[in-house]
Design a protein around this ligand. Structure first.
Ligand code: NAD
Ligand code: 6OD
Length: 504
């Protein structure tokens, strides 16, 4: 018997040196296994826990449990009962708010202040939003009259898709996982969730909350592990998984799509971005620097919606560059656990290598490094972590890989423009199409430019301001399909149209 006290995420050491062990959650029970991997805090590269890795047998057990749950008591739960359960889950997250904040911060290196105002509240909000929506969502109905005199009533009912495989990334772990779990449960599905191997802790806590809220066994299953050739691949290629929803890199989306093809599973993909911001000379300068500053540096630049390409009208280019430089340099980089820290570490030292390689390429290609470009020095354990300086580049051609590739760090390249047309053309010159932002006080121009953006969402004078009822997703390499509001309900349910002859 392992000396560690094995529970979900609450497992504590049975000996002075043994780390916590995070479990898989299958058919209402925490389960472990023979293989484990480390959960690392990227702020100082210390180990926070060990994680039980799910092999193919455990993934199969999770999928089988989910299938069984669809035939069990869960199938008889009506919308009101499911919604009530989801409110309990939201309450359960809030009751353990600080634990979620600590887990999220320790796994990602993000400041506790950020996890407290963004990640964890959104985790709870996702359950409430989809509970509210499923209770009020209408159905289609048509009174039909055919040319040959028949009459019928056509109406549509919503049924669960079945077993949904959910694969999520590390940047906003709880937010992005619950964004998919909540609508899937609202529609009556059973889920098997695989969070990123980098961020297993908040998902494990969520499994405890699910269990304590009374989610029937097998409705919510959690498997830990890696992607290709591991848990993620086993899950998406399992023949008993009916649909796969994925958030992560575009390349991974392509691999998952291949794995889903033989079974013709429906897929929903939220993928990468290389998002433009267009700043006009008439913008509210203070607001633009404050909010677009967040749009570049929030979560150490690791939000798929972050602006990595900024186009600024030439008349204010010099002012903008120096104001954004000031903003970058005044961000407090520190221990994620300190309340006033604004910028934490990147997710891992491996990811930092990728980000730094772009900084090196930018220099080689003749960029001006306005600020940053390196690694901060602390003189303590953070020097073992994955910190990087907030960085601003100028002077690169639009064809540079630093302007075309998603870097996913606290970095942007700023380019001047002379006309609205030129700005729109440069902003749209990308294979991605997730998000854009426009900064102007000219309302007509804001509407005109916003409509021309080839993206899933355009913000005007704001960034990452979310209404969970709106469609969310990307075009091109940024995704397939939309989630959010009714779009989520439509992905996570099958519509069954019923045609009843009424006369003729
Ligand atoms: P990733 O694609 O490397 O990994 C995401 C998840 O997929 C992980 O759980 C991983 O284990 C799993 N995975 C990897 N290969 C797999 C495979 N072959 N089969 C099944 N599962 C597999 O992404 P990441 O590095 O965790 O996250 C960063 C990326 O996610 C960035 O590109 C970012 O833009 C994107 N992202 C997009 C959105 C969005 O809403 N569009 C949101 C957040 C992050
Ligand atoms: O806010 C959301 O619903 C959402 N899916 C955000 C994605 C952020 C990407 O990193």
């Amino acid at each position: 018997m392992d000396t560690r006290l094995m529970a979900g995420s609450g497992a504590t050491s049975g000996t002075a040196t043994a780390p916590k062990l995070l479990g898989n959650f299958v058919d209402g029970q925490f389960v472990y296994g023979n293989r484990e991997f480390d959960d690392i805090n990227p702020a100082d590269s210390s180990r926070t826990a060990r994680v039980a890795e799910a092999g193919p047998e455990l993934v199969d057990q999770a999928v089988t449990a989910a299938r069984r749950a669809l035939r069990g008591e869960w199938a008889s739960w009506g919308v009101r009962q499911r919604a009530a359960l989801m409110y309990k889950v939201a309450d359960g997250i809030e009751a353990r708010f600080d634990e979620f904040v600590q887990a999220e911060s320790a796994d990602t290196g993000k400041p506790v202040a950020l996890a407290s105002r963004l990640d964890v509240p959104r985790g709870a909000a996702n359950f409430r939003a989809f509970a509210d929506l499923i209770k009020t969502a209408g159905l289609e109905a048509f009174e039909t009259e055919t040319p040959d005199g028949k009459q019928a009533l056509n109406y549509t009912v919503r049924k669960p898709v079945g077993v949904v495989g959910i694969i999520t990334p590390w940047n906003l772990p709880l937010l992005l996982l619950t964004w998919k779990v909540a609508p899937a449960l609202a529609c009556g599905n059973a889920v098997v969730v695989k969070p990123s191997e980098e961020t297993p802790a908040s998902a494990t806590l969520l499994a405890e909350v699910m269990r304590d809220a009374g989610v029937p066994s097998g409705v919510f299953n959690l498997v830990h592990g890696f992607g290709e050739g591991s848990t993620g691949e086993y899950l998406v290629s399992h023949t008993e998984v009916d649909a796969v929803t994925f958030t992560g890199e575009s390349r991974t989306g392509s691999a998952i799509m291949k794995a889903c093809a033989p079974g013709l599973k429906s897929v929903s993909f939220e993928l990468g971005g290389k998002n433009p911001a267009i700043v006009f000379a008439d913008c509210d300068r203070e607001q633009t620097i404050a909010e677009l500053g967040d749009g570049i540096f929030l979560n150490t630049g690791q939000v798929c919606l972050c602006a990595e390409r900024v186009y600024v009208e030439r008349a204010i280019f010099d002012w903008f560059v120096s104001a954004m430089k000031y903003k970058a340099e005044s961000l407090k980089i520190g221990w994620p656990t300190e309340r006033d820290t604004q910028l934490g570490s990147l997710i891992s030292t491996a990811h930092r290598e990728k980000v730094l390689s772009y900084f090196r390429m930018a220099k080689e290609q003749g960029a001006t490094i306005v600020t940053g470009g390196g690694v901060p020095s602390f003189g303590d354990a953070r020097d073992n972590g994955a910190y990087v300086q907030p960085t601003i580049l100028t002077g690169l051609p639009e064809s540079s890989c630093c302007v075309t590739d998603e870097i996913f760090g606290p970095v942007c390249h700023i380019t001047p423009f002379d006309s609205e047309q030129e700005a729109v053309a440069m902003a749209n010159d990308t294979k991605y199409g997730l998000a854009a932002s426009i900064w102007t006080n000219d309302l007509k121009r804001a509407h005109r430019v916003a409509r021309q953006m080839n993206v899933g969402i355009t913000w005007v004078n704001c960034w990452f301001l979310r209404d969970l009822r709106t469609p969310f997703g990307g075009v091109g390499r940024s995704g397939i399909g939309r989630e959010g509001g009714m779009h989520s309900l439509n992905f996570y349910s099958e519509l069954n149209n019923i045609c009843v002859r009424t006369s003729g």
